[in-house]
Design a protein around this ligand. Sequence first.
Ligand SMILES: Cc1cc2nc3c(=O)[nH]c(=O)nc-3n(C[C@H](O)[C@H](O)[C@H](O)COP(=O)(O)O)c2cc1C
Length: 214
Amino acid sequence: MVNPVDIAEPLRSRWSPSVFDTEHELTDEQVTRLLEAAQWAPSNGNRQPWRYVVATRGSASHRALVPHLSRGNSRWVPRASAVFVSIAVTAEEGEEPGDPTYPLHDLGLASAHLVLQARAMGLHAHQFGGMDREGVARDLGVPSVAIVVAGIAVGVRGNPAEVPERDATRDQRVRARRPLEETAYGDRWGLPYAGLAPSGPTTDPESGPEGQRA
Ligand SMILES: Cc1cc2nc3c(=O)[nH]c(=O)nc-3n(C[C@H](O)[C@H](O)[C@H](O)COP(=O)(O)O)c2cc1C
């Protein structure tokens, strides 16, 4: 039977933990490898519209970011070794903001590269959008042609006993996905692609309280 383990590494073992180790720090080499992974993402016209503010724990940019986190995210994001604030550039500085469609698409691709590179390096990444983007843009000096999109918290897993139980139990949630019939269409919108082969379960068997997710 086909199941989620049939997708390639590091796609297979990626997930978004919320308990990070507050002692762990990324080396400059690790940060650079992660940025290189993003650097080599494809993009429309090779424009590379992604930008990242690297906010390592304790840095000036980290201090600027943390007050703008949503209440829920403020409980776990600051524990991560670093946050990569992802930003899409839509036009040259000084111009009017441009069509964000491709910049947003390409930023997402670059961030996927970064997240998967993190997993390949034995790290974990958890992306988040819950923050005051305007406040982040203002306090990080982001120009108006650029859109603050998300944060990517990166680090290694910490001890669940060190965080409130409700946060620790988040890491034990069952990971689930829509069935492919809901997201892959064939003859037209809404008509499932007829060529779908048997696919695996829509819940990750390695997740949940009994799961083995590393
Ligand atoms: C753009 C984006 C925004 C997200 N925002 C948040 C967030 O604000 N807080 C949070 O805890 N998780 C956030 N997540 C994480 C998702 O909830 C998570 O990826 C999803 O539940 C699937 O779980 P998985 O990553 O373990 O597969 C976000 C993920 C993405 C890609």
